[in-house]
Design a protein around this ligand. Structure first.
Ligand SMILES: [Zn+2]
Ligand SMILES: [Zn+2]
Length: 140
């Protein structure tokens, strides 16, 4: 993990595995899911270590956090400028790319709230999977 040295993070085996796990999926997993998968390879790892490592990665800007409605904190290993489609039914978070959205300029009043790092757009709706499910067995 070359980036670790660049950012002054010691690339331990556990950190490398946590990073690899997050990069291997587009599902924006939460810490518990990452923990469950990494534990298969490193049985001695603790959930606390996973949390601390994710926080460290986040502070260093390697990964980012996603808040999905009613869900626990999820993490995002996709460092390309992208935006999110969030399903309000199952909480699934999908990435999408848009030059138009990348070029959005935050309104001036935002600068009164703080320094602007980047602008992300969050689109909410019902994903195709949930729509199909609803169609096949309608509620009620
Ligand atoms: Zn859904
Ligand atoms: Zn994402």
């Amino acid at each position: 993990m070359g980036f670790c040295r660049e950012l002054g993070i010691k690339p331990t085996h556990q950190r490398t595995e946590i990073y690899r796990e997050l990069m291997s999926t587009e599902n924006h997993p939460n810490a518990e899911t990452i923990y469950g998968n990494v534990r298969k390879r490193i049985p001695a790892i603790s959930l606390d270590t996973v949390y601390r490592t994710l926080r460290l990665f986040e502070q260093k800007g390697i990964i980012s956090r996603v808040s999905a409605a009613g869900e626990s904190m999820r993490f995002d290993g996709n460092t390309k400028h992208h935006h999110h489609f969030i399903c309000v039914e199952c909480g699934k978070v999908r990435d999408f790319y848009s030059d138009n959205f990348n070029n959005l300029v935050a309104p001036a009043e935002v600068t009164e709230l703080g320094n602007i790092g980047s602008v992300h757009v969050e689109v909410r709706g019902i994903c195709n999977d949930c729509q199909n499910k609803n169609r096949h067995n309608p509620k009620k």
